[in-house]
Design a protein around this ligand. Sequence first.
Ligand SMILES: NC(=O)c1ccc[n+]([C@@H]2O[C@H](COP(=O)([O-])OP(=O)(O)OC[C@H]3O[C@@H](n4cnc5c(N)ncnc54)[C@H](OP(=O)(O)O)[C@@H]3O)[C@@H](O)[C@H]2O)c1
Length: 346
Amino acid sequence: MSAATGSGTATTGMHRRFVLARRPDGLPQVDDFRLESVPLPTLPAGGLLVRNRFVSVDPGTRGRLGDRETYAQPLALGEVIQAATVGTVEASEHPKFKAGDWVAAAFGWQEWAASDGRGIRVVPDNGLSPSTAIGVLGIPGLTAYFGMLDIGAPQPGETVLVTSAAGAVGSAAGQIAMIRGARVVGVAGGPAKCAWLTGTLGFAGAIDHRAVSDMTAAVAAACPEGVDVLFDNVGNAMIDSVLPLMKRGGRIVVCGQMADYNRPAEQAPGLRNTRAFIGQRLTMRGLVAFDHVRQYPQAWADLTGWIRAGRLKYREDVVEGFEHLPQAFIGLFTGDNFGRRLVHLR
Ligand SMILES: NC(=O)c1ccc[n+]([C@@H]2O[C@H](COP(=O)([O-])OP(=O)(O)OC[C@H]3O[C@@H](n4cnc5c(N)ncnc54)[C@H](OP(=O)(O)O)[C@@H]3O)[C@@H](O)[C@H]2O)c1
């Protein structure tokens, strides 16, 4: 494969991309995605050409595979699957980028991309793997940061419950609450993830949601004084089971809905225990990390500082091989991943 070397130059060779072949019904299937081989892009005048090295798989992409608008437009059939990427600049006529730079972008599930430079940033040389730019220092880490600090706002000594706690967002959110002095309990699937939360991250407790039949009882046992902050990544049934245990003035961060994404919104479980909102003066708020873009530099500085100080640990779950992108994505909904799942393009 050879890249373009000059403005508008025709490239030789082909590259691969995955496009939306059909809209999933329930849990996505491999055949919902189509692998295409297309000519390499050409270097646009004044732009750059990037070879993707890491491509993300994100639960939020599920919402864009359907035909309903959420906070992002649905993908069209035949469109490249959108995702965060980290890659190397292979050719550039852009003054801000030079060949060899690592750049973070959102080029999606494809091996190469051409760009005019908008929406791309050079990955800082911070001693961490460039992949962290779309992991703990990317949308997952930023979502944890703004969700936990702006909405959860944990105080020293408070109890914070985080769901999907061994995942990319959840593990960062829980540790940020610990940095703020809270007692943190996580909900995760399986003994290995729970052991990592309590052993490596220092959570006060962990609940294996696959092993408990009564989530309210399990949370009550792990949080005997009640819950001040619920940071939820799972969905309505989880929130409903924790509502009776929320303390006065409690905050619920609605970050994600892993258990509800694969069904139409009207088929998701409802919330029944809403009386607690009155008695306990609760608030519940959602977030989208992009709304905080002006505060990203402060968040990056804090997150990087905590990583360097050993106070914020992270796991990357790297799947080798572009061709495995659909399966890597589908695995998010069965708990296959352990940490931030990325696909490495060999
Ligand atoms: N609001 C925003 O701006 C924003 C931005 C990024 C991500 N998010 C949300 O944050 C959440 C976590 O995202 P992530 O990228 O960090 O993924 P992740 O937590 O690393 O991976 C997804 C995990 O969800 C859990 N899961 C899957 N199905 C489940 C079910 N039915 N019930 C309970 N848990 C289930 C699995 O963990 P276990 O094995 O532990 O069950 C799986 O490993 C997602 O809901 C995502 O949509 C929101």
